[in-house]
Ligand binder design. Structure first.
Ligand SMILES: Cc1cc2nc3c(=O)[nH]c(=O)nc-3n(C[C@H](O)[C@H](O)[C@H](O)COP(=O)(O)OP(=O)(O)OC[C@H]3O[C@@H](n4cnc5c(N)ncnc54)[C@H](O)[C@@H]3O)c2cc1C
Length: 469
């Protein structure tokens, strides 16, 4: 674990203790260890952790850090997968978990105002009983926060129909280095006054400002939903079926795909279950699609009939559909993918690349060709409707395959960019993809990003060493 950076001086430590009394400031090394890493498995020890409860503390902290040139790392539930919260240059980690109140839910404006540390699924549950709906649904929805979701512009399965987190952010209060507060956006669902700084801050990954309050757009809760899990002989058949669904005029709330290697891993997993026979189709199919429709009961019933007719274009080998609570077993298959891949290899490198929707077949075939070339297995699944692929490179570190996996990752990024795609559709650049960033973002664009960063953060104290910062 890195400890290369100068420790905070005793007067700096005193300042933090005074500003964050009681258990609000952590300074002992044994207390800091738990704040060193995140879901990327990368780690570095901070000089201190502070746990604000109100915006005034953030203002004072950033006034001080700006003057003292102390690095500041925002941290919520640390579920990001690319090292975005890792304090690689020491300094102060700001944990937002004590700023976790829902301040207002307004069914007239269809707006909620929240502090950033609210766990997303808990917020969604609170809305449900009031007939309201906040669509962003990263797979980490039960363990990540609204602030973390905004800072990463998190996507999820419902992004196909409803968009990503940025599309549901109406405004926010952002504390800048120096202590100034920007109150951005409004409670209006439309607002084109000036440059859209709200959208700029969504996805800024702690590199520009700390968020103290978020204003979110709400929707009426759909009356019901229905899902269909459909198996096909091969991936081209699945793509033909997906295209037929769109051409029939349907926009599913979610459309997930699984390739043949993913199905093989799932077959190994479900083959061990008591009801294994129910999953025998996993061994026969070469690809699968999982759809979710939502809306009024009458619309969903009619759309499911249309969907079943449309997918017949791909000559399905398996089809099961269900409504409401009965949908869960179908989604259990999707949720089981990540752990199931370990049946095929003890290690995996999972990338969240995205390509234009029309290039998905080339991307999936290209990934498998890279795997064959390097003697590794590869598996692909993900959000077909967004072209956002979870491309997994499977390997065995103990058998010396780590370097081949790294080469495969680099080749995958080259392939994706050659198809007009992006290194990351969801997880961000962080530390993990920083070395490839210049392959996607040209010098002129990078220069504008760096100049923008300097406007917000002239001394480069906000999450330094990450993304483009
Ligand atoms: C099992 C699993 C599934 C996942 N599935 C998805 C998925 O489907 N879609 C997806 O997009 N991501 C997914 N992720 C990644 C991750 O969950 C998201 O990036 C999530 O938005 C991070 O939220 P968090 O609360 O954990 O934030 P953290 O990881 O703690 O922080 C993330 C970033 O936000 C910044 N930040 C946090 N709070 C603030 C604040 N108040 N002000 C300014 N900056 C702040 C941090 O500095 C950091 O850069 C998944 C991760 C896991 C482990």
């Amino acid at each position: 674990m890195s400890t290369l950076f100068p420790k905070l001086s005793s007067s700096q430590q005193r300042f933090l203790r005074d500003l964050f009394p009681g258990s609000g400031a952590l300074l002992a090394p044994e207390e800091l260890v738990g704040f060193a890493g995140d879901a990327s498995q990368k780690q570095a020890l901070p000089g201190a952790v502070v746990r604000p409860v109100e915006e005034a503390q953030l203002r004072e902290l950033l006034r001080w850090a700006h003057l003292e040139r102390v690095p500041v790392y925002a941290r919520a539930r640390a579920t990001n997968k690319v090292g975005q919260t890792v304090p690689v240059r020491g300094g102060v980690v700001v944990s937002f978990l004590r700023m976790n109140r829902v301040l207002d839910i307004d069914p007239q404006d269809f707006v909620a105002v929240v502090q950033p540390g609210v766990v997303t699924a808990q917020f969604q549950q609170e809305l449900e009983s009031r007939g309201l709906f906040y669509p962003p649904d990263p797979a980490s929805v039960k363990i990540s926060t609204l602030g973390g979701n905004v800072a990463t512009c998190a996507g999820g399965m419902r992004a196909l129909k409803y968009g990503v987190t940025r599309d549901h952010l109406l405004g926010l209060r952002a504390v800048l280095p120096g202590g100034e507060v920007l109150a951005l956006g409004s409670r209006c669902h439309k607002d084109v006054s000036g440059l859209d700084l709200t959208r700029l801050l969504a996805g800024s990954a702690g590199t520009l400002a700390l968020f103290s309050e978020l204003t979110l757009k709400l929707l009426p809760r759909p009356e019901t939903s229905a899902s269909a899990l459909v198996g096909f002989a091969g991936f081209p058949d699945a793509l033909e079926a997906a295209a037929a669904v769109f051409h029939a005029g349907l926009l599913p709330a979610a459309l997930e795909f699984m390739d043949s290697v993913t199905l093989e891993a799932l077959a190994a997993e479900f083959g061990r279950h008591d009801d294994a026979e129910q999953y025998s189709w996993l061994r026969e199919a070469g690809a699968a699609l999982l759809f979710r429709l939502d809306g009024s009961r009458a619309a969903v019933d009619a759309e499911m009939q249309t969907l079943e007719r449309a997918v017949s274009r791909g000559k399905p080998v398996f089809l099961e559909s269900a409504t409401g609570a009965d949908e869960e077993p179908l989604w259990e298959v999707r949720r089981a993918i990540s752990p199931s891949l370990f049946h095929l290899a003890p290690d995996k490198s999972g990338e969240d690349v995205a390509v234009p929707r029309g290039r998905v077949l080339e991307a999936v075939q290209g990934l498998h060709a890279i795997g064959r070339e390097l003697g590794l297995r590869t598996a692909c699944f993900g959000h077909l409707g967004d072209g956002n692929l979870h491309a997994n490179i499977l390997f065995d570190r103990a058998r010396g395959q780590a370097e081949a996996a790294r080469q495969a990752k680099s080749k995958l990024f080259g392939l994706v960019l050659s198809l007009g795609g992006t290194l990351t559709g969801e997880h961000g650049i962080g530390l993990s993809k920083k070395e490839w960033m210049a392959d996607q973002i040209g010098p002129a664009e990078m220069d504008v990003m760096q100049r923008l960063k300097a406007v917000f953060d002239p001394h480069g104290i906000m999450n330094p060493g990450k993304e483009w910062a």
